[in-house]
Design a protein around this ligand. Structure first.
Ligand code: MN
Ligand code: MN
Length: 383
Protein backbone atom coordinates (compact mmCIF):
# COMPACT_ATOMS: atom_id res chain seq x y z
CA UNK A 1 0.00 0.00 0.00
CA UNK A 2 1.39 3.44 -0.85
CA UNK A 3 1.98 6.04 1.84
CA UNK A 4 -0.90 8.04 0.38
CA UNK A 5 -3.44 5.24 0.48
CA UNK A 6 -2.29 4.08 3.91
CA UNK A 7 -2.85 7.57 5.33
CA UNK A 8 -6.20 7.81 3.62
CA UNK A 9 -7.28 4.66 5.39
CA UNK A 10 -5.88 5.73 8.74
CA UNK A 11 -6.89 9.38 8.65
CA UNK A 12 -10.12 9.23 6.68
CA UNK A 13 -10.95 11.87 4.10
CA UNK A 14 -9.16 14.73 5.88
CA UNK A 15 -5.94 12.74 6.09
CA UNK A 16 -6.19 11.97 2.40
CA UNK A 17 -6.65 15.61 1.50
CA UNK A 18 -3.66 16.62 3.62
CA UNK A 19 -1.52 13.90 2.11
CA UNK A 20 -2.52 14.94 -1.40
CA UNK A 21 -1.66 18.59 -0.69
CA UNK A 22 1.70 17.61 0.73
CA UNK A 23 2.48 15.41 -2.23
CA UNK A 24 1.71 18.12 -4.77
CA UNK A 25 3.26 21.14 -3.07
CA UNK A 26 5.26 20.28 0.00
CA UNK A 27 7.37 17.46 -1.31
CA UNK A 28 8.33 19.54 -4.33
CA UNK A 29 9.86 22.01 -1.83
CA UNK A 30 11.74 19.33 0.05
CA UNK A 31 9.23 19.18 2.89
CA UNK A 32 7.91 16.09 4.57
CA UNK A 33 4.48 14.51 4.33
CA UNK A 34 2.13 15.19 7.25
CA UNK A 35 3.03 13.57 10.54
CA UNK A 36 1.40 10.26 11.40
CA UNK A 37 -0.52 9.63 14.61
CA UNK A 38 0.87 11.39 17.68
CA UNK A 39 3.15 8.93 19.51
CA UNK A 40 1.78 7.66 22.81
CA UNK A 41 4.60 9.36 24.71
CA UNK A 42 3.15 12.76 23.69
CA UNK A 43 -0.59 12.20 24.32
CA UNK A 44 -0.62 12.30 28.14
CA UNK A 45 -1.75 15.18 30.32
CA UNK A 46 1.93 15.86 31.09
CA UNK A 47 4.78 16.03 28.60
CA UNK A 48 7.63 13.52 29.04
CA UNK A 49 11.26 14.53 29.50
CA UNK A 50 12.97 15.80 26.36
CA UNK A 51 16.43 15.03 27.80
CA UNK A 52 18.53 11.89 27.46
CA UNK A 53 21.94 11.50 29.12
CA UNK A 54 23.74 9.94 26.16
CA UNK A 55 27.21 10.74 27.52
CA UNK A 56 26.42 8.86 30.76
CA UNK A 57 25.36 5.62 29.01
CA UNK A 58 27.50 2.53 29.43
CA UNK A 59 29.34 2.27 26.11
CA UNK A 60 29.71 -0.81 23.95
CA UNK A 61 33.49 -1.24 23.89
CA UNK A 62 35.67 -2.66 21.12
CA UNK A 63 39.46 -2.79 20.72
CA UNK A 64 39.25 0.02 18.19
CA UNK A 65 36.78 2.31 19.95
CA UNK A 66 33.39 2.54 21.63
CA UNK A 67 29.77 3.41 20.93
CA UNK A 68 26.92 4.94 22.94
CA UNK A 69 23.68 4.88 20.95
CA UNK A 70 20.13 6.02 21.68
CA UNK A 71 17.12 5.15 19.55
CA UNK A 72 13.45 5.48 20.40
CA UNK A 73 13.90 2.38 22.62
CA UNK A 74 16.07 4.35 25.05
CA UNK A 75 14.58 7.81 24.42
CA UNK A 76 10.88 7.37 23.59
CA UNK A 77 10.13 10.90 22.36
CA UNK A 78 12.85 10.73 19.67
CA UNK A 79 10.57 9.19 17.07
CA UNK A 80 12.14 10.69 13.96
CA UNK A 81 15.86 10.99 14.79
CA UNK A 82 18.27 8.63 16.53
CA UNK A 83 21.77 9.44 17.67
CA UNK A 84 25.05 8.00 18.83
CA UNK A 85 28.37 9.05 20.26
CA UNK A 86 31.34 7.13 18.83
CA UNK A 87 35.05 7.23 19.57
CA UNK A 88 37.77 5.59 17.47
CA UNK A 89 41.37 5.12 18.56
CA UNK A 90 44.07 5.98 15.99
CA UNK A 91 43.75 3.13 13.48
CA UNK A 92 40.36 2.08 14.87
CA UNK A 93 38.04 1.28 11.95
CA UNK A 94 34.25 1.45 11.90
CA UNK A 95 33.94 -1.18 9.23
CA UNK A 96 32.47 -0.87 5.72
CA UNK A 97 28.67 -0.77 6.07
CA UNK A 98 25.49 0.93 4.94
CA UNK A 99 22.16 1.82 6.51
CA UNK A 100 19.01 0.57 4.85
CA UNK A 101 16.59 2.86 6.65
CA UNK A 102 18.33 6.14 7.45
CA UNK A 103 20.74 8.77 6.24
CA UNK A 104 23.70 9.53 8.52
CA UNK A 105 24.76 13.03 9.61
CA UNK A 106 27.82 13.53 11.81
CA UNK A 107 29.75 16.24 13.62
CA UNK A 108 33.38 15.64 14.65
CA UNK A 109 33.97 16.86 18.22
CA UNK A 110 37.69 16.12 18.47
CA UNK A 111 40.50 14.26 16.72
CA UNK A 112 40.70 13.25 13.09
CA UNK A 113 39.30 10.45 10.97
CA UNK A 114 39.27 9.28 7.38
CA UNK A 115 36.05 8.37 5.61
CA UNK A 116 35.54 6.26 2.51
CA UNK A 117 32.24 6.24 0.63
CA UNK A 118 30.60 4.58 -2.36
CA UNK A 119 27.60 6.08 -4.12
CA UNK A 120 24.93 4.49 -6.35
CA UNK A 121 26.96 5.28 -9.46
CA UNK A 122 29.82 3.30 -7.85
CA UNK A 123 31.91 6.44 -7.43
CA UNK A 124 34.01 6.76 -4.30
CA UNK A 125 35.33 9.53 -2.11
CA UNK A 126 38.16 9.22 0.42
CA UNK A 127 38.41 12.28 2.63
CA UNK A 128 39.80 13.30 6.03
CA UNK A 129 37.80 14.99 8.78
CA UNK A 130 38.80 17.09 11.81
CA UNK A 131 37.04 18.87 14.66
CA UNK A 132 34.11 20.98 13.50
CA UNK A 133 33.59 19.05 10.25
CA UNK A 134 30.25 17.53 9.24
CA UNK A 135 29.55 14.52 7.06
CA UNK A 136 26.37 13.35 5.41
CA UNK A 137 25.83 9.91 3.89
CA UNK A 138 22.58 9.49 1.97
CA UNK A 139 20.51 6.47 2.97
CA UNK A 140 22.06 3.31 1.58
CA UNK A 141 25.46 4.72 0.56
CA UNK A 142 28.37 2.53 1.70
CA UNK A 143 30.95 4.03 4.07
CA UNK A 144 33.73 3.41 6.59
CA UNK A 145 35.36 5.63 9.23
CA UNK A 146 38.89 5.22 10.59
CA UNK A 147 40.66 7.16 13.35
CA UNK A 148 43.85 8.84 12.14
CA UNK A 149 46.43 11.11 13.74
CA UNK A 150 47.67 10.78 17.32
CA UNK A 151 44.55 11.17 19.46
CA UNK A 152 41.18 9.45 19.73
CA UNK A 153 38.52 10.77 17.38
CA UNK A 154 35.12 11.55 18.97
CA UNK A 155 32.01 12.31 16.92
CA UNK A 156 28.24 12.35 17.11
CA UNK A 157 26.13 10.45 14.58
CA UNK A 158 22.52 11.37 13.86
CA UNK A 159 20.10 9.26 11.79
CA UNK A 160 16.86 10.55 10.28
CA UNK A 161 14.81 7.66 11.66
CA UNK A 162 14.11 7.24 15.38
CA UNK A 163 13.67 3.51 14.87
CA UNK A 164 17.12 3.25 13.32
CA UNK A 165 18.94 0.37 14.94
CA UNK A 166 21.56 -2.24 14.30
CA UNK A 167 18.90 -4.13 12.34
CA UNK A 168 19.14 -1.36 9.78
CA UNK A 169 22.95 -1.52 9.63
CA UNK A 170 24.42 -3.81 7.00
CA UNK A 171 28.09 -4.65 7.61
CA UNK A 172 30.45 -6.13 5.04
CA UNK A 173 31.92 -8.69 7.47
CA UNK A 174 28.43 -9.88 8.49
CA UNK A 175 27.42 -10.36 4.86
CA UNK A 176 30.57 -12.04 3.56
CA UNK A 177 30.66 -14.25 6.67
CA UNK A 178 27.32 -15.67 5.59
CA UNK A 179 28.01 -16.22 1.87
CA UNK A 180 29.54 -19.57 0.78
CA UNK A 181 33.19 -19.08 -0.32
CA UNK A 182 32.35 -20.77 -3.63
CA UNK A 183 29.83 -18.02 -4.33
CA UNK A 184 32.40 -15.37 -3.46
CA UNK A 185 34.81 -17.09 -5.88
CA UNK A 186 32.20 -16.94 -8.61
CA UNK A 187 31.17 -13.37 -7.78
CA UNK A 188 34.65 -11.87 -7.42
CA UNK A 189 36.72 -14.19 -9.65
CA UNK A 190 39.32 -15.07 -7.01
CA UNK A 191 39.96 -18.46 -5.34
CA UNK A 192 37.52 -19.49 -2.58
CA UNK A 193 40.45 -20.18 -0.21
CA UNK A 194 41.08 -16.42 0.02
CA UNK A 195 38.01 -16.21 2.26
CA UNK A 196 38.98 -19.09 4.55
CA UNK A 197 39.97 -16.87 7.48
CA UNK A 198 37.32 -14.17 7.08
CA UNK A 199 35.29 -13.58 10.26
CA UNK A 200 31.98 -15.38 10.54
CA UNK A 201 30.40 -12.60 12.60
CA UNK A 202 30.05 -8.86 12.28
CA UNK A 203 33.30 -7.02 13.13
CA UNK A 204 31.65 -3.57 13.67
CA UNK A 205 34.79 -1.79 14.97
CA UNK A 206 38.25 -3.25 14.21
CA UNK A 207 41.70 -2.07 15.25
CA UNK A 208 44.48 -1.59 12.72
CA UNK A 209 47.43 0.59 11.85
CA UNK A 210 47.01 4.31 11.25
CA UNK A 211 46.93 4.73 7.46
CA UNK A 212 49.50 6.98 5.77
CA UNK A 213 48.53 10.51 4.72
CA UNK A 214 46.44 10.75 1.58
CA UNK A 215 48.38 11.49 -1.59
CA UNK A 216 47.84 15.18 -2.41
CA UNK A 217 46.00 14.29 -5.62
CA UNK A 218 43.71 11.91 -3.69
CA UNK A 219 42.79 14.14 -0.78
CA UNK A 220 39.13 14.92 -1.17
CA UNK A 221 39.31 14.28 -4.87
CA UNK A 222 36.05 13.71 -6.66
CA UNK A 223 35.05 13.73 -10.27
CA UNK A 224 33.19 16.83 -11.36
CA UNK A 225 29.75 15.24 -11.21
CA UNK A 226 30.03 13.97 -7.62
CA UNK A 227 28.99 15.78 -4.48
CA UNK A 228 31.39 15.81 -1.56
CA UNK A 229 30.33 14.22 1.75
CA UNK A 230 32.30 16.75 3.84
CA UNK A 231 31.32 20.22 5.04
CA UNK A 232 33.64 22.26 7.28
CA UNK A 233 31.02 23.80 9.57
CA UNK A 234 33.34 25.54 12.05
CA UNK A 235 35.16 27.21 9.14
CA UNK A 236 31.91 28.93 8.22
CA UNK A 237 31.63 32.61 9.17
CA UNK A 238 28.87 32.52 11.80
CA UNK A 239 25.76 34.63 11.95
CA UNK A 240 26.28 37.04 14.83
CA UNK A 241 23.55 37.97 17.31
CA UNK A 242 23.68 39.99 20.55
CA UNK A 243 23.47 36.76 22.56
CA UNK A 244 25.66 34.44 20.53
CA UNK A 245 26.41 32.93 17.15
CA UNK A 246 24.96 30.32 14.82
CA UNK A 247 26.47 28.31 11.97
CA UNK A 248 23.96 26.48 9.82
CA UNK A 249 24.47 23.78 7.21
CA UNK A 250 21.45 22.82 5.12
CA UNK A 251 21.18 21.44 1.62
CA UNK A 252 21.76 25.00 0.39
CA UNK A 253 25.30 25.06 1.83
CA UNK A 254 25.96 21.30 1.49
CA UNK A 255 24.15 19.98 -1.60
CA UNK A 256 24.42 16.26 -0.80
CA UNK A 257 22.60 16.78 2.53
CA UNK A 258 19.10 16.54 1.07
CA UNK A 259 17.28 15.18 4.13
CA UNK A 260 19.09 16.78 7.07
CA UNK A 261 20.20 20.20 8.32
CA UNK A 262 22.58 20.91 11.20
CA UNK A 263 23.81 23.87 13.17
CA UNK A 264 26.46 24.76 15.73
CA UNK A 265 24.96 27.30 18.10
CA UNK A 266 26.74 29.22 20.84
CA UNK A 267 24.88 31.18 23.51
CA UNK A 268 26.62 33.58 25.88
CA UNK A 269 25.81 33.29 29.60
CA UNK A 270 22.28 34.56 30.18
CA UNK A 271 21.37 34.55 26.49
CA UNK A 272 18.30 32.87 25.01
CA UNK A 273 17.51 31.22 21.70
CA UNK A 274 14.16 32.93 21.44
CA UNK A 275 10.75 31.24 21.47
CA UNK A 276 10.30 29.53 18.08
CA UNK A 277 9.22 26.37 16.31
CA UNK A 278 10.13 24.41 13.19
CA UNK A 279 7.21 23.67 10.85
CA UNK A 280 9.03 21.07 8.77
CA UNK A 281 11.34 19.13 11.08
CA UNK A 282 12.00 17.43 14.38
CA UNK A 283 15.04 18.70 16.27
CA UNK A 284 17.79 16.56 17.87
CA UNK A 285 20.36 18.32 20.04
CA UNK A 286 23.73 17.38 21.47
CA UNK A 287 25.09 19.60 24.23
CA UNK A 288 28.86 20.01 23.83
CA UNK A 289 29.45 22.20 26.88
CA UNK A 290 27.88 24.70 29.26
CA UNK A 291 24.57 24.58 31.13
CA UNK A 292 21.20 24.95 29.42
CA UNK A 293 17.54 25.00 30.23
CA UNK A 294 15.14 24.10 27.43
CA UNK A 295 11.41 24.50 27.67
CA UNK A 296 9.03 22.79 25.23
CA UNK A 297 5.38 23.74 24.67
CA UNK A 298 3.11 20.88 23.61
CA UNK A 299 -0.35 22.56 23.48
CA UNK A 300 -3.22 22.05 25.99
CA UNK A 301 -1.30 23.93 28.66
CA UNK A 302 1.50 21.41 28.59
CA UNK A 303 5.02 22.79 29.10
CA UNK A 304 8.09 20.76 30.02
CA UNK A 305 11.39 22.26 31.13
CA UNK A 306 14.59 20.19 31.36
CA UNK A 307 18.19 21.12 32.16
CA UNK A 308 21.12 20.00 30.04
CA UNK A 309 24.88 19.72 30.34
CA UNK A 310 27.77 18.35 28.31
CA UNK A 311 26.95 14.92 26.86
CA UNK A 312 23.17 15.35 27.06
CA UNK A 313 20.79 14.96 24.14
CA UNK A 314 17.64 17.03 23.71
CA UNK A 315 14.70 16.48 21.39
CA UNK A 316 11.85 18.66 20.12
CA UNK A 317 9.04 17.10 18.08
CA UNK A 318 8.12 18.79 14.80
CA UNK A 319 6.05 21.91 15.32
CA UNK A 320 6.45 22.05 19.12
CA UNK A 321 7.29 25.50 20.51
CA UNK A 322 10.57 25.79 22.41
CA UNK A 323 13.37 28.01 23.66
CA UNK A 324 16.86 27.41 25.09
CA UNK A 325 18.56 29.52 27.77
CA UNK A 326 22.18 29.53 28.86
CA UNK A 327 21.81 29.19 32.64
CA UNK A 328 25.54 28.69 33.29
CA UNK A 329 28.54 30.96 33.64
CA UNK A 330 30.31 29.82 30.47
CA UNK A 331 29.38 29.76 26.80
CA UNK A 332 26.79 27.13 25.89
CA UNK A 333 27.70 25.12 22.78
CA UNK A 334 25.09 22.87 21.21
CA UNK A 335 24.88 20.97 17.92
CA UNK A 336 21.33 20.99 16.56
CA UNK A 337 20.19 18.58 13.84
CA UNK A 338 16.94 18.51 11.84
CA UNK A 339 15.39 15.78 9.70
CA UNK A 340 14.90 18.05 6.70
CA UNK A 341 17.41 19.45 4.20
CA UNK A 342 15.54 22.77 4.19
CA UNK A 343 15.78 24.89 7.32
CA UNK A 344 12.55 26.48 8.55
CA UNK A 345 12.05 28.34 11.81
CA UNK A 346 9.31 30.72 12.93
CA UNK A 347 10.29 33.22 15.62
CA UNK A 348 7.87 34.59 18.21
CA UNK A 349 9.39 38.06 17.78
CA UNK A 350 8.72 38.04 14.03
CA UNK A 351 5.21 36.68 14.52
CA UNK A 352 4.25 39.41 16.97
CA UNK A 353 5.88 42.04 14.72
CA UNK A 354 3.77 40.79 11.81
CA UNK A 355 0.54 41.64 13.59
CA UNK A 356 -0.89 45.05 14.51
CA UNK A 357 -1.02 46.28 18.11
CA UNK A 358 -4.82 46.37 17.73
CA UNK A 359 -4.96 42.68 16.88
CA UNK A 360 -2.54 41.82 19.67
CA UNK A 361 -4.56 43.92 22.14
CA UNK A 362 -7.67 41.95 21.27
CA UNK A 363 -5.82 38.65 21.32
CA UNK A 364 -4.33 39.16 24.78
CA UNK A 365 -7.17 41.37 26.14
CA UNK A 366 -4.80 44.19 27.14
CA UNK A 367 -4.43 47.83 25.98
CA UNK A 368 -2.67 48.46 22.64
CA UNK A 369 -0.04 50.54 24.45
CA UNK A 370 1.24 47.29 25.97
CA UNK A 371 2.97 46.54 22.66
CA UNK A 372 4.92 49.80 22.36
CA UNK A 373 8.58 48.98 21.87
CA UNK A 374 8.06 45.33 20.96
CA UNK A 375 10.53 43.94 18.37
CA UNK A 376 9.93 44.78 14.72
CA UNK A 377 11.75 41.73 13.31
CA UNK A 378 13.10 38.29 14.28
CA UNK A 379 15.65 38.46 17.10
CA UNK A 380 16.87 34.80 17.02
CA UNK A 381 19.43 35.01 19.87
CA UNK A 382 18.74 38.20 21.84
CA UNK A 383 20.43 39.07 25.08
MN1 MN B 1 27.16 4.48 9.38
MN1 MN C 1 14.76 24.93 17.53
Amino acid sequence: MSEFSRRSVLGGAAGGVLAAAATAEGLAQGQQPPSGPTPASLTGTELPSFRFALGAMTPKVYDGGWLRAATVDQFPVSQKLAGALMQLVPGGLRELHWHSNAAEWAYVIKGQCRVTTIDPQNRSEVVDFGAGDVWYFPRGHGHSIQGIGHEDCLFILVFDNGYFSEFGTFSISDWLGHVPPEVLQKSLGVPAQRFADFPKREVFIAKGAVPPPLAPNRAGSLDATSLTHRYRLLDQKPEDYPGGTNRLVSQREFPISTTMTGAHMRLKPGAIRELHWHPNADEWQYYLGGRASMSVFGSHGRVRTDQFGAGDVGYVPQGYGHYIENIGTEDLDVVVVFNNGTYESISLSAWLAANSPALLATNFQVPESTFAGFPTRALYIPR
